[in-house]
Design a binder for this molecule. Structure first.
Ligand code: XIL
Length: 477
């Protein structure tokens, strides 16, 4: 291609634009047809972004925080599913035997529904947060109290709950694969199926879930034990519709990439799956994105719920495991989650075929070819923005950033620290980039982010694991 020739993608776009103009003229139609169709715009909240694939994005809500306007404005804006953090548990809803109290549960329920959200019910049969009277029961008396409790709570919310966590945390941690010892377990091994059969009869409209933690890692004995129970229930016709994976990830129970295998394996048994109480110690953006992508990869994954709004709302606030800071600002993990829900590359690409600068958010400096060099292998750096041709990049349909017409922004490797250079365009994935709505530019081959290793003139530009920090965010103008 000669130095004055237009890059082919630009030509293609010009021809396509001309055809549209022609079609609009011939048909005599108005504005609706006079512009080419554009790609689906990225959504700007978690709930709306999840809804693009028919899923929800939820949070735990605490009734006591509904008077905090920072809390409610974030919760209302971002989420479209709600779980009562404590208010529908056994101690809250049946403080004395046979005397039900839905005051706090209804506060959460009403806030959710009045704001257009659905509700997950949590939880009906559990060894923890039992009222004192239940803790001291055993045997057939306790079994009957469990049944009465399920009936009492489910009839109050009949027809109103999307999913109920019927049984919570019934398996032991560690390598035994055994049931957890509890007063409910000691009523007989069939207590779980009795709970599910009772629940189905009480409200046939709710999906009935088994919910637990430490069942995300496919290799763990607890995961296999729950899997075997669900398989057995499905074989014997015990009514179960879904499995909730709490997904409280931390150093003792870290995220593992086999989580997707777990979700797929349970779904293959014929149940839906959901991520029900997600929080991640330290809130690594990459780990959050991985979890979201695991759910998106499994058609029976209904949605994701995080266990609280801001870090300061978390039951593990010291782990800063959530998506918002205490002051309500969005954390890097928020951007990672939103971007993953939007398909990872759904940001609007830069001006169609237009040329422009690529400016770094941390430094305000531009992506610049060293000394305006044109040879293959010339390095790319940060430099004060100016109008020179060595800072004029054109984003093509193919996902390249072209400069001087026929040279491409090129990664000569796939690891952290790989230097970015220009190279003759050849169509390889190491010359293709995804421009994301959060300002990151991700190499298609490496999955790593375009990263400025510093802020000054002459700073090299490299590939690096995405951190969503300002040195990895760019505006393309
Ligand atoms: C936690 C709440 O977040 C706390 O406020 C409460 O003190 C204890 O329970 N697994 C569950 C949730 O199923 O109900 C728990 O919620 C966290 C672990």
């Amino acid at each position: 291609m000669g130095s004055h020739a237009l890059p082919r993608p630009v030509l293609r776009r010009r021809i396509r634009g001309a055809l549209w103009a022609l079609a609009a003229g011939v048909l005599g139609v108005g504005a609706a047809l006079s512009t080419p169709p554009t790609a689906h715009a990225a959504e700007s909240t978690l709930g709306a972004a999840a809804a693009q694939s028919g899923r929800y994005f939820g949070t735990a809500i605490a009734a006591g925080k509904l008077s905090d306007s920072t809390y409610t404005s974030i919760a209302n804006r971002e989420f479209n599913m709600v779980t009562a953090e404590n208010e529908m548990k056994i101690d809250a809803t049946e403080p004395q035997r046979g005397r039900f109290d839905f005051t706090a549960g209804d506060r959460v329920y009403n806030w959710a529904v009045q704001n257009g959200k659905r509700v997950r019910g949590h939880t009906l049969a559990w060894h923890s947060q039992q009222p004192g009277w239940m803790q001291s029961l055993s045997g057939s008396d306790l079994r009957q109290a469990m049944i009465d409790h399920i009936n009492g709570v489910m009839s109050h919310y009949k027809g109103k709950i999307a999913q109920w966590d019927v049984v919570n945390e019934a398996f032991a941690d560690g390598n035994s694969g055994a049931r957890r010892d509890s007063n409910l377990q000691r009523t007989g091994n069939d207590w779980i199926e009795v709970a599910f059969r009772t629940a189905r009869a009480a409200d046939p409209s709710a999906k009935l879930c088994y919910n637990d933690y430490n069942i995300e890692n496919w290799t763990w004995a607890k995961t296999q034990a729950v899997y075997n129970m669900v398989r057995d229930f499905k074989q014997r016709g015990v009514p179960i519709d879904c499995v909730g994976f709490q997904s409280h990830f931390n150093s003792g129970s870290p995220y593992n990439s086999n989580f997707r295998t777990t979700l797929q394996s349970f779904a293959a048994l014929g149940v839906d799956v959901a991520i029900t109480e997600l929080d991640i110690q330290g809130a690594s953006p990459t780990t959050y994105a991985n979890v979201v992508n695991d759910c998106l990869a499994v058609s029976r994954c209904l949605g994701i719920t995080v266990w609280g709004v801001r870090d300061t709302d978390s039951w593990r606030s010291g782990d800063t495991p959530l998506l918002f800071n205490g002051d309500g600002s969005k954390k890097p993990a928020y951007s990672a989650v939103l971007d993953a829900l939007n398909g990872g590359s759904s940001g609007e690409p830069p001006a169609d075929g237009g040329s422009g600068q690529i400016k770094n958010a941390a430094s305000g400096r531009c992506l610049d070819v060293v000394n305006a060099g044109t040879a293959d292998g010339t390095q790319v750096q940060l430099y004060d923005c100016h109008s020179g041709t060595n800072q004029q990049w054109t984003y093509t349909d193919a996902g390249e950033f072209r400069i001087y017409g026929n040279k491409c922004l090129d990664a000569g490797g796939t690891g952290n620290g790989t230097r970015i250079q220009i190279y003759s365009c050849w169509g390889g994935d190491n010359q293709k980039w995804r421009v994301n709505s959060d300002g990151t530019i991700v190499g298609v081959q490496s999955g790593l982010c375009l990263d400025a290793a510093g802020t000054g003139n002459g700073t090299p530009v490299q590939l690096y694991t995405c951190s969503y920090a300002a040195n990895q965010r760019w505006t393309v103008s």
